[in-house]
Structures are given as structure tokens and as C-alpha cells.
Ligand binder design. Structure first.
Ligand SMILES: [Zn+2]
Length: 261
């Protein structure tokens, strides 16, 4: 979106908290109390196999789950577009990107939905997040680089081994990939989906693969570590100089993000 259009939107849209409607500083999504209800990761968890790092912004707490559900399952029709939830979840994805180790990659890829699910839902939530992240760091995003070729049953309720089996062979790379990529998803649990995609991406040429998620279930992420929300991988990427990448998503309250990605 053009910068002038963003600025115009900031003028038109009231600067209020997406959670409670209280007035907030310009370009702020949540007021401090609403923001504090989304616990951020202080301690990293294990990096799923095949990834160089996996950064999740927030714990999948009750409050986080509520925002993500609103974002992923909007009510049908134009009136159902939940711009507040979109702003919050995009903010979390961009926070994860700001903490990603290493240099920004050459390409951002969303975790794809199976075409049947994409048609049923009308949009890929991970695609919207990937687009926000890509815009924020000004690097290309390709929603068609990966395809989900098997409509795997839901992972809910499955253990780690079953999840791995469930997604094995479910993805295909549709093009050769650059050396460094970011994979974006909304929520990760065991990371089996991300691992399987990483395997496919490596076969397509990617060598540095960092996953970014708005949220992760806290269970498997409680191993002691060093950097908030970031787990070092077998081939550690350089840290972001101890300071978070300084960019803003610039996409708060973006109502234009409904179409399929
Ligand atoms: Zn609030």
C-alpha cells in the first residue's frame, strides 16, 4: 500500500486500541493493558528439525487464541472482516520478524493451505501474515512458491510422531528457491508442518530457513535458552546485533487484506 494512503488512513481512522477502543498513540495497535494480555515468549523452545530458527512472538494463551480465532474465522460477508483481529495478529507476526536472527531473506513464503480449504475459506491467514511481514521488510513474498498437495486431516489431538506422519509428502515446491527464506505461519505447535516444509524448501535450493509465527503453544518451548523466542539451530545465524529490527508493519487496521493470497 502506498505510504500516502497509509497516512491518509491514519488520519481517517480513529487511533484506538483494537482490543478495548481506548485511545492509543498513533500507529499503536493495542493499549498497554490489552497488549499485556498477550504473553510474549521470554524463553525459547526447540527449533523444529530442518529449520535454522523458529521465532514465535506470543504464547498461545487464551487471549492470543481469541485474537487468532477472530482473525482466521471471520464471520461471512464484508461485515465480517475483523480488522482489529487482523491488526493484532499481523502485529505479532511482525514482532516475530523483528526478532528473526540473521539478515532479512530474499523471499517470504506463507505456509500454504490446500486449494480446497483455500476455496472454502476464501483466504489463507498465513498468506496475509506473510504479506504484512514482506511489506514491512520490503522483500518479495510468493504465495504460490509452495503448494499443499494433500489435504491432510487436522493435526489437533495428534502427538508429535503422528503429526510428522500426517504431513509427510503434503507439500511441494513449485519453483527453485533462493538461499535464505522466511516461512510464515499463524500458530505452531510441534513444528512438524514447518519441518516438512523446510525439507521441501531445502530440496528446492533454500539453505537458511527461518520460521516466523504469530504464536506458538508454550508446551514444547520451555527449554532453557538465551534469546527471547529464538532458538539457535545447528548452524546458528548471526543475531540481529542484540537489538530488534526497527521497522513497523505500517499496516495497522488494514481492511484490504481479504482476498486469497
Ligand atoms: Zn485496550
Amino acid at each position: 500500500m502506498k505510504q500516502w494512503l497509509l497516512e491518509l488512513r491514519e488520519l481517517i481512522l480513529p487511533t484506538v486500541c483494537a482490543g478495548c477502543g481506548r485511545s492509543v498513540e498513533p500507529a499503536t495497535v493495542l493499549c498497554p493493558p490489552c497488549d499485556a494480555a498477550l504473553p510474549r515468549f521470554e524463553i525459547p523452545g526447540p527449533t523444529p528439525p530442518g529449520l535454522d530458527a523458529c521465532v514465535a512472538a506470543a504464547e498461545y494463551s487464551a487471549a492470543t487464541e481469541l485474537w487468532i480465532r477472530r482473525f482466521k474465522y471471520p464471520k461471512p460477508g464484508l461485515a465480517g472482516i475483523d480488522t482489529a483481529a487482523g491488526s493484532v495478529v499481523r502485529m505479532l507476526a511482525c514482532e516475530a520478524a523483528a526478532r528473526a536472527p540473521g539478515e532479512p531473506p530474499a523471499l517470504v513464503l506463507p505456509v500454504p493451505l490446500h486449494p480446497r480449504r483455500l476455496a472454502a475459506r476464501g483466504f489463507n491467514p498465513a498468506g496475509l501474515l506473510a504479506r504484512s511481514v514482506a511489506r514491512a521488510v520490503r522483500i518479495p513474498m510468493d504465495a504460490r512458491a509452495l503448494r499443499r498437495i494433500h489435504d491432510t486431516p487436522t493435526q489437533t489431538g495428534l502427538g508429535a510422531a503422528d503429526r510428522r506422519r500426517n504431513v509427510r509428502g503434503a507439500f511441494r515446491a513449485m519453483r527453485s528457491l533462493p538461499h535464505a527464506i522466511w516461512l510464515v505461519d499463524d500458530v505452531t505447535t510441534t513444528g512438524s508442518t514447518l519441518s516438512e516444509i523446510a525439507r521441501v524448501c531445502r530440496a528446492a535450493g533454500a539453505r537458511q530457513i527461518v520460521a516466523l509465527c504469530a504464536a506458538a503453544t508454550p508446551g514444547p518451548r520451555q527449554a532453557p535458552g538465551t534469546t527471547a523466542g529464538v532458538q539457535q539451530a545447528t548452524s546458528p545465524l548471526p543475531a540481529t546485533n542484540g537489538s530488534e529490527r526497527s521497522f513497523r508493519s505500517g499496516l495497522h487496521r488494514d481492511a484490504s487484506d481479504r482476498p486469497a493470497s
